[in-house]
Write a protein that binds this ligand. Structure first.
Ligand code: 13P
Length: 259
């Protein structure tokens, strides 16, 4: 069975000092409350990532970056390479987030290159896909998600399926307070898993964690996690306060204990 991943994407929030303060509380919580099948991850800004690594130390918390350069090194002002992330080290890296797709022209072909530099450096990519409200209203959700998935994974080879994570984040649900219903989310998650089964094989697809992202919070997490193909959350706003985020980790632990 797949683990649940509770992942906080902090976006452009928290200074290094605020990061350390948050992580002191989070690591205390995670040392006292953990389950072998529930993983916790946070993605601070690049600026706070070294401090975050130290603050996490030996706690059961994974560290992620929010982006990476598709290039290996050289004259790319303002960019951070996968080997730099590896030197920290970070465990995971979000790529193809809709905010990067829309504000920084991150295309599927760039995501594909980012995927490869991350895998070459032993960092797990979290590949984000998701439709806009206009696309959903036009009944284009399935084809948009399939196209993003196919083109960003392209000719990728996987051995187990544990090398990557997929995040389905409907853009209309991000930061809006509107969450996809469990039925809406599960419909897309099961489509993604079927596509992965076709693209790789059913065994590999069964191992790939597929996260839901978009206004996930304590009040809706349990019903989303109850869906067979939803393996956790990529959480924005609700990951910024320790009290709320730890509550969500607790919900994931309870879900695993019940199953
Ligand atoms: P919110 O949880 O704030 O909607 O953000 C979701 C997200 O974009 C996580 O990557």
């Amino acid at each position: 069975m797949r683990n649940i991943l509770v992942a906080g994407n902090w976006k452009m929030n928290k200074t290094p000092g605020e990061t350390v303060e948050f992580l002191e509380e989070l690591t205390n919580y995670c040392k006292q409350n953990n389950h072998p099948e529930v993983e916790v991850m946070i993605a601070p800004t690049y600026l706070a990532i070294s401090e975050a690594r130290k603050a996490i130390a030996d706690a059961p918390v994974l560290l992620s970056a929010q982006n990476v350069s598709m290039n290996i090194n050289g004259a790319f002002t303002g960019e951070i390479s996968a080997s730099m992330l590896k030197s920290i080290p970070v465990d995971m890296c979000i790529i193809g987030h809709s905010e990067r797709r829309s504000y920084h022209n991150e295309t599927d072909s760039k995501i594909y290159r980012k995927l490869h530099v991350l895998l070459a450096n032993g960092i797990t990519p979290i590949v984000c896909v998701g439709e806009t409200l206009t696309q959903r209203k036009a009944d284009e959700t399935m084809e948009v998600v399939i196209e993003q998935l196919d083109e960003s994974l392209n000719d990728l080879n996987l051995v187990t399926g544990k090398e990557i994570v997929i995040a389905y984040e409907p853009i209309w649900a991000i930061g809006t307070g509107v969450t996809a219903s469990p039925e809406q989310a599960e419909e897309v998650h099961s489509l993604i898993r079927r596509r992965l089964a076709k693209r790789f094989n059913p065994k590999i697809a069964e191992n790939i964690i597929i996260l839901y992202g978009g206004s996930m919070k304590p009040a809706n997490m349990e019903e989303l996690l109850a869906c067979p193909n939803i393996d956790g959350g990529l959480i924005g706003g609700a990951s910024l306060e320790t009290e709320i985020f730890t509550k969500m980790i607790g919900i994931a632990i309870e879900t695993k204990k019940r199953n």
